[in-house]
Design a binder for this molecule. Structure first.
Ligand SMILES: NC(=O)c1ccc[n+]([C@@H]2O[C@H](COP(=O)([O-])OP(=O)(O)OC[C@H]3O[C@@H](n4cnc5c(N)ncnc54)[C@H](O)[C@@H]3O)[C@@H](O)[C@H]2O)c1
Ligand SMILES: [Zn+2]
Length: 356
């Protein structure tokens, strides 16, 4: 088993990564079991796939367990669902000693983590990510939250889990499009932080069927953990994780969250941001082409002819705007990202032509 330690003083925690890890969680957690209630928060489909097995193992190791399910999709990240989770926990006689296990993708992780951060002013929780995106991104770093009518993730907390358990074998049942979406975020880690890793991902994408998930997930988690350690609350360097996201979020909002998955939108967003980096005299022609060709190895959904002018307002709405100015992440070289406020509307509009 591989363990990465995310170092944040007394909020530090291990990220365990191993194939078959799900079966070992009960023994790893047994030293944390002081007779409290352990609540698995998940989706019913995921309970059937993995959750009931996990519960069985926990029970036979002496844990007191129960489970709460939330709906599929962003609907789970709502005030209503959040409040339902809290009410169910009260009904289940949960108290301050209760521990939560968030078993699912980013949706489950975000709402379960937020419930953990607020229930009785905060209880322990553990992330057990089941999507590729959650394994390399949302389960690590403590960002939790829900959506409101005015926008996504506008209510939340930074609240770190006590451990993260990544078992790449859970990806076997994950729909292919969800895997592709996660691969987009993985390309991002190479592009912003590690050229050698970028090359390794690019070569591995030649044959997605035999993609070395465990090894690649490990390095991606290491990069995310390093960045969070340096800047937990996104005051500076953590911002580079938003590479591809300013235009990505705008594409996601324009095409509808159902049509274009997050990582797919970010993949297109990275091509645009790469093109802008090149225009601003940073990323070399060669590196830009290498970035674009690598992203194009992913079978992304085609973007039908769209009107760039309709995307721009969404770009400007992005919450990464500080005092009205966009804080845009660009690449200096492959493997090194910087932020700039010098990205004009015209550059953004022209970059969108590249992905049409
Ligand atoms: N907290 C953060 O730092 C952070 C970072 C990035 C994204 N997010 C959030 O993450 C969410 C997206 O997460 P996601 O992409 O994981 O989507 P998701 O959680 O909606 O999961 C995608 C789909 O796959 C299903 N699924 C999950 N694991 C499965 C498995 N192993 N086998 C079969 N089906 C499985 C789910 O039921 C769901 O239908 C968004 O709400 C986004 O805002 C949060
Ligand atoms: Zn993302």
């Amino acid at each position: 088993m591989n363990i990465i330690n995310l170092n944040l003083g007394d909020r530090s925690y291990p990220i365990h990564i191993a194939s078959g890890l799900l079966d070992q969680i009960s023994s790893i957690l047994s030293e944390k079991n002081r007779g409290q209630k352990w609540i698995i928060i998940s989706q019913y489909r995921l309970m059937e796939l993995f959750g009931f097995d996990l519960m069985g193992r926990l029970k036979s190791s002496g844990f007191t367990t129960d489970f709460i399910t939330v709906p599929i999709g962003e609907a789970a990240k709502s005030i209503n669902e959040f409040s339902r989770i809290i009410s169910q926990m009260i009904e289940m006689n949960c108290d301050r000693s209760t521990s939560i296990l968030a078993l699912g993708g980013g949706v489950v992780g975000d709402v379960a983590g937020f419930a953990a951060s607020t229930f009785m002013r905060g209880v322990d929780y553990y992330q057990i990510p089941t999507t590729l995106l959650a394994m390399v991104d949302s389960a690590i770093g403590g960002k939790t939250g829900i959506n409101i009518a005015e926008g996504k993730n506008l209510v939340g907390a930074i609240y770190q889990p006590k451990a993260v358990f990544v078992d790449p074998t859970l990806l076997k049942s994950l729909p292919k499009e969800e895997v592709i979406s996660g691969l987009g975020e993985i390309i991002k880690y190479g592009a912003i932080k590690d050229k050698e890793f970028f090359n390794e991902i690019s070569n591995s994408l030649e044959n997605i069927e035999s993609f070395p998930f465990e090894k690649i997930i490990y390095r991606a988690c290491e990069i995310k953990a390093d960045i969070v350690t340096l800047d937990e609350r996104e005051g500076s360097i953590r911002r580079i994780l938003n590479f591809g996201h300013t235009i990505g979020h705008a594409l996601e909002a324009h095409f509808g969250y159902g049509k274009l998955r997050h990582g797919e939108a970010v993949s297109y967003g990275m091509i645009c941001a790469g093109w802008i980096s090149n225009q601003l005299g940073h990323l070399s022609d060669n590196d830009y082409q290498r970035l674009k060709k690598t992203i194009e190895k992913l079978p992304l959904p085609m973007l039908n002819n769209f009107d760039q002018n309709k995307i721009l307002p969404f770009v400007k709405n992005d919450k990464k705007t500080v005092s009205g100015k966009l804080n845009f992440v660009i690449l200096d070289t492959l493997g090194s990202a910087i932020t700039t406020k010098d990205v004009s509307d015209e550059l953004i509009l022209n970059s969108l032509k590249v992905i049409q």
